[in-house]
Design a protein around this ligand. Structure first.
Ligand code: BDR
Ligand code: CA
Length: 306
């Protein structure tokens, strides 16, 4: 059983990543969900996480809200992709339970402190909470069993030609997270764009009962507004990595996040020439796409059958 803490900004693909975790409850013990302002405002990402916790039958996993905005930068949102409230046109039943007391940064620090070496920290939104947690308690870097992100790329951006959204939304936080001293497992656009919901994948989502009422319209909405090659459920790749690292080819690299560039802010400058240097990242360069979908759809099927 892998203990996992997910920091997220749901967000359509965040929702589909949470569904993968929920459907993998025989392998993943989800110890907490923390939220951050990102795709939409914190108020919405938290409300969505609360609604998803109940819709996905995730039990009493705590949902703890965190940072509303970037450390230094003006707010960047992706409501054009995820819809004004973050889940496209999906309306989930209103949650019956509220968020936990306290702040995500404290929750992350105290949860990792309580179980050193046991918990994998997964971040699929801007890295604001993570950076603040690192600053508040640098030992989380040692306590985390692993640190896995959806973010960045070594080839291209999506928000603009240079930068991926999660990096651009808080470049200083991303820089802090990459410089913290752990090896960041980076699932960037190079790989996550291959996690596209194709028509055959969508057809496999349709028979999944009430779960399909989330998956299908979410993917369709996402597909309507993303340009190239169908909607890619980026964030699910990070959870899939935790479940099956063997699906991914990963290469050590030195990754620096550009924070000063006029046109390249948020770019993850990735140097695979690590000889004689300490790599700070293990960068995914390819993914077994059919095996990824077998894993994801298999988890969704298990969840739908519950
Ligand atoms: C990332 O940005 C967000 O819009 C998605 O939720 C994902 O985490 C993809 O660039
Ligand atoms: Ca996200």
């Amino acid at each position: 059983m892998k203990k996992v803490l997910i920091d997220c900004d749901p967000g359509i693909d965040d929702a589909l990543a949470l569904a993968l975790a929920a459907g993998s409850s025989d392998e993943i013990d989800l110890v907490g969900i923390t939220t951050v302002g990102g795709n939409v405002d914190l108020e919405f990402t938290t409300a969505n996480a609360l609604a998803l916790r109940e819709f996905l039958r995730m039990g009493d996993v705590p949902v703890t809200p965190g940072s509303a905005g970037a450390l230094l930068r003006r707010t960047v949102r992706a409501a054009d992709v995820h819809g004004p409230t973050g889940l496209g046109d999906v309306v989930l039943p209103a949650p019956t339970r509220g968020p936990s007391e306290g702040h995500a940064v404290d929750f992350i620090v105290e949860t990792l402190r309580a179980a050193p070496g046991e918990i994998t920290l997964v971040a699929v939104g801007p890295l604001t909470n993570i950076a603040l947690a690192v600053r508040r308690e640098p030992r989380i870097v040692e306590w985390a069993r692993d640190f896995v992100i959806m973010g960045g790329s070594f080839t291209r951006g999506n928000h603009n030609p240079a930068a991926e959204f999660n990096m651009l939304a808080d470049p200083e936080a991303a820089a802090i997270a990459f410089e913290a001293g752990w090896t960041v497992k980076m699932l960037g656009l190079d790989v996550t764009l291959t996690a596209a919901v194709t028509s055959p994948v969508l057809e496999r989502m349709r028979p999944l009962g009430r779960l399909s009422e989330l998956l299908v319209p979410a993917a369709q909405y996402y597909g309507m507004v993303t340009a190239e090659g169908g909607p890619a459920i980026h964030d699910a790749c990070a959870v899939a990595y935790v479940l099956r690292p063997s699906l991914f080819t990963c290469v050590p690299a030195v990754v620096n996040v550009e924070t000063a560039g006029q046109y390249t802010r948020g770019m993850t400058v990735t140097d695979f020439r690590v000889e004689g240097r300490q790599a700070n990242a293990l960068v995914a360069t390819s993914m077994d796409v059919p095996a990824f979908w077998d894993l994801v759809l298999g988890a969704y099927e298990k969840l739908a059958a519950r």
